[in-house]
Ligand binder design. Structure first.
Ligand SMILES: [Zn+2]
Ligand SMILES: [Zn+2]
Length: 377
């Protein structure tokens, strides 16, 4: 059998352009699935690695927000077939640990995805000299194709556009899930969203979907605030407003019931308790750089019965939530296509990471290939 060679963008050292490399893909075995990538979002977590804010040893194919078509499957695969359209989950659940058994895939303790390897500890990519090349969060979607465990490839309807499907793989599931699963927002609740990048906009969609009433959006970018308004925000605040907390309390008569931080910045995370009223909850969704510390007034938390929650992957189960989100898009209740900003070729990924660093624009999506005539992009 001849090796499959694919073009990929590889992280080696922080703050340098990604390397364009031709890599070999591992053979199909056990429960592995080979996916020809059609679209891949560029997410802040990729930037955390590229900028050296998260420790990761190269060589590492970046990208973790992808969708594509299954090309080949190993002998033990049961849930997907060649030709299936799939969204990739960057937290391939082991399906065996206590959390998986409880239906809490986002808390899986058996996954090897956080080590950027396959479940057996090997890598799907290698160089011609046999050097293993790891894949970010077990996916490595900045490539023409990748190899992932079956539990990371979730089938979705064939008519779902690939850019939308890709965003379901990270930003959408994280943001909508933060509102619905983590915070369990109810109709009529009040909320504020700090940061209107891809995840923040998805939180707004989730709030709108469940009928939150009074939805405040905050960002530094007028372009992002304009989209936030279109997606259901009832009030817009500039991120450089010197009295953000005062305005949020004035709009809601004492503070919101739910405050979401979708930036991962210590300044805005520290602001959270001041934005929520008695009994309110703050949800940390944005992923900070390693080593960041923040300070809260614990008396205020105890005295006012406030809660601070962490949210990983929208407290979502990919095999359940990806298809549900796809169906909500198909029925028009979740206009996920509004989150897709610029579309680019794989070659332009360094520019997209630079845009993320400057926190401008909407979600950039790489279009890798459209090899199938019935594939919509
Ligand atoms: Zn992401
Ligand atoms: Zn598990």
């Amino acid at each position: 059998m001849t090796d499959l060679i694919v073009s990929a963008r590889v992280f080696s050292r922080p703050n340098e352009p990604l390397d364009a490399e031709e890599l070999l893909l591992t053979e199909m075995r056990s429960d592995l699935v080979r996916v020809r990538l059609c679209a891949s979002g560029v997410c802040h977590s990729d930037l955390h690695v590229a900028a050296g804010e998260w420790t990761a040893d190269g060589p590492l194919v970046l990208g973790h927000e992808g969708a594509g078509v299954v090309e080949a499957v190993g002998p033990d695969v049961v849930d997907t077939r060649p030709g299936d359209h799939v969204v990739l989950s960057w937290f391939a659940p082991c399906r065996r640990c206590e959390h998986c058994a409880r239906g809490e895939a986002w808390l899986c303790t058996g996954t090897r995805a956080l080590d950027h390897v396959l479940p057996d500890g090997t890598t799907g990519f290698r160089r011609r000299d046999a050097t293993p090349v790891r894949a970010f969060l077990g996916l490595g979607t900045f490539a023409e194709a990748t190899v992932v465990p079956e539990s990371a490839a979730v089938p979705i309807p064939r008519d779902l556009p690939f850019p939308v499907a890709a965003l379901i793989g990270c930003a959408v599931t994280t943001g909508v899930g933060a509102a619905i699963n983590t915070a369990r927002v109810r109709p009529g609740d009040t909320a504020v969203v700090l940061g209107c990048g891809g995840v923040g906009q998805a939180i707004l969609l989730g709030l709108n979907l469940v009928g939150a009433n009074t939805i405040i959006a905050m960002d530094l970018s007028d372009e992002r605030l304009a989209l936030a308004s279109d997606l259901g925000a009832t009030h817009l605040l500039r991120g450089d407003d010197p009295d953000l907390a005062g305005h949020v309390r004035a709009i809601t008569g004492g503070g919101v019931e739910h405050a979401f931080e979708a930036i991962g910045s210590p300044g805005t995370i520290e602001l959270l308790p001041q934005l929520i009223g008695r009994g309110g909850q703050a949800v940390v969704v944005g992923m900070p750089a390693e080593g960041v510390r923040v300070a809260f007034d614990p008396f205020d938390l105890a005295d006012q019965g406030k809660r601070i929650l962490g949210c990983n992957y929208g407290s979502s189960v990919p095999s359940v939530d990806f298809p549900r989100l796809a169906r909500l898009y198909a029925s028009g209740r979740l206009p996920l296509d509004r989150l897709v900003g610029q579309t680019i070729a794989l070659d332009a990924v360094d520019g997209a990471l630079e845009d993320l660093r400057r926190a401008v624009g909407l979600r950039t999506v790489i279009i890798q290939t459209t090899p199938y005539p019935d594939a919509r992009v």
